[in-house]
Design a protein around this ligand. Structure first.
Ligand SMILES: Cc1cc2nc3c(=O)[nH]c(=O)nc-3n(C[C@H](O)[C@H](O)[C@H](O)COP(=O)(O)O)c2cc1C
Length: 195
């Protein structure tokens, strides 16, 4: 890139993404037949249109994490490195027995510093929009020093999924997802100055 281009504010693709926040969209479920990838891709589609951050899907299942204390596995280091590379998170949360999944709790427990002083939003689903699981996650985030934002899109297994399996979100959720991302980005940027 030449001096003239720089003078007139033209920038390369690399320069355009360099200063952007990195936000991980974390899939909280790992079971076979799970619907979380559909929900995660939907959030990423909305997020990518904004152009304000670099969004990526982070699938806990890819890391083959052992249960905490059970074994040493390369996935634990890779998981911590992935989290350390991110400035903020959107948790895709599904309600299992009125709480978050065991897989998500284990993944939360397997890192500490890499979570600290970052922001997060929640998109949840369940019979009551996954609200009870989301509130449990907020408590856990307090301990991990993750600043959870207020706006929280809640998806219903009855009205946003067909047969509880095919994700067909109602249009009304779009504004809420964007409002949540506004808050995640604002706080992720602010907290970056602390780290
Ligand atoms: C072990 C288990 C427990 C569940 N408990 C609840 C529950 O307490 N409340 C609820 O709304 N849905 C509950 N569900 C339904 C899930 O929210 C629903 O199956 C959802 O699709 C799970 O997300 P996933 O497909 O990404 O795994 C439960 C599902 C499982 C597998």
């Amino acid at each position: 890139m030449g001096f003239i281009d720089k003078l007139f504010g033209n920038s390369t693709k690399e320069e355009k993404t360099m200063g952007k926040l990195k936000i991980g969209i974390i899939l909280g479920s790992t079971r076979q037949g799970r619907v979380s990838p559909q929900v995660g891709e939907w959030v990423k589609g909305i997020a990518d249109k904004r152009g304000d951050a670099e969004y990526e899907i982070v699938d806990i299942a890819d890391f083959k994490l052992p249960f905490l204390g059970e074994a040493d596995a390369p996935g634990i280091g890779a998981w911590n490195e992935k989290l350390a590379s991110l400035d903020g998170f959107v948790f895709i949360v599904q309600e299992y027995n009125h709480s978050i999944t065991g897989a998500l709790k284990n993944a939360l427990d397997l890192a500490r510093d890499a979570w600290n002083n970052k922001a997060a939003g929640i998109v949840s689903y369940g019979s009551t929009g996954g609200a009870r699981a989301a509130e449990h996650l907020r408590g856990i985030m307090g301990e991990l020093m993750i600043a959870d934002v207020r706006v929280h899109p809640t998806l219903s297994l009855f009205t946003d999924f067909e047969n509880g399996a095919d994700f067909k979100p109602q249009a009304l959720h779009l504004d809420n997802v964007n409002a949540m991302l506004d808050q995640v980005n604002a706080w992720s940027g602010a907290l970056k100055t602390l780290r």
